[in-house]
Design a protein around this ligand. Sequence first.
Ligand code: FIX
Ligand code: ZN
Length: 460
Amino acid sequence: MKNNGVVNGVAAKPTAMELQTLRCEVEEIVRSTPVIDIHTHLFAPEFGDMNLFGIDELLTYHYLVAEMFRAARISPDRFWRMSKAEQAELVWQSLFVEKLPISEAARGVVTVLSALGIDSSRTNLSEIRDFFKTQNVGGHIDRILELANVGAIVMTNDPFDTAEMEVWEGKPDIDSRFHASLRMDRLLNNWRQTAERLEGAGFGVDIHMSGDTTAEIRRYLDMCIEQMKPLYMAVSLPDDFQYPTGDVRNRLINEIIFPTAREHKLPFTLMVGVRRGVNPALRSAGDGVGRADVAAVERMCMENPDISFLATFLSRENQHELCVAARKFSNLMPFGCWWFLNNPSIVAEITTERLELLGSTFIPQHSDARVLEQLIYKWQHSKRVIADCLYSSYEQLVFAGRMATRHEIQRDVRKMFSGNFHEWVGLPAGISDDASGFDYENGEDVSSYPIPSDPVADLQ
Ligand code: FIX
Ligand code: ZN
């Protein structure tokens, strides 16, 4: 493997030992690189009961509830009349006791319990509950973030949620590892109710968007941005989303979201392809997926070159088009393998496709965790697959005649797990342009630390 693997102009064949070393190195680097989890539904401890953790929350995760309805013959009505503890018991019985937990979400609980030293095949639910009851919240959060190797978390913050806004209004001193994002679903997908709510709160807003409506919504959002300091604005959109059109959602995007994005330098995150309430009886477990039109996002990127977009699509069928769109628009950052795509086989396919079409210029995963401990399994499972895909890319590179050094691999991995996001949300100009302290000129790691424990802290 001398001269970068090239001997007399011909790529030298790497030895099995060299490839094995490369594989171990990639796996170790991926495992040990902290991530910024750019989209979760977790809340900092200052949000009290909204900060979900523990076995009953894990078992009543809507992914598992959907699977339980297939395994246990129970009507949705009856299930929703049960207490949370009873629901958790039914999920445990039907998915973990009467069957092997082989689905991704069920295996996730096994991974979490194992990481916490609990053998799920020998421990009953009440013993597991006892373990969680004895944990102190602060210490438990530290331990979970450490086990998951998550340095920073982006929450999903709804400026139109009364309970959440009450917490923000108290000006909480939020755990510095947790960062806000401003969720625009109620504004863009539920305009009528949101207009009424704002009107009720004293803002001069009307559903026809006449008069001062735009200025008044901007005024409200400016206040929220001042309070929450979000890293981006976000919305989930249905599979039939189109842009541009004359509908109210498009007007709100053009007249409110884009000007706000410009003024506050906030990226706009698009999560496209969800069909809400396909089976409403299943409540939060009843949403589905549909193939969306990637060209709608392309048109947004084209018309707004000064705005940065993050995008994820829920349908597997949209993934290749998203990669191609990102090749055309450098203001578009593909991210994550969202929800029904977060399964090893599909993560492998999407990540490989992205590496082949985009190199390291994308964000491979987010957890979408709703319950704290899910960070462990979501990241452990995804990282295993991402390491595999990355190794294949480097192996092919070796066969093409270019060995990847440890520093170069670290640089790629850091970019994908934190640097790309860092750059997207606007890292202030400084000595090091990514979170890693990597000196691109000399290929040397110039930082005395591998990566800050809170990789977005210097944004605040
Ligand atoms: O819209 C979203 O952010 C989705 O991720 C959620 O609504 C969904 O329920 C979820 O938890 C998926 O993982
Ligand atoms: Zn989500």
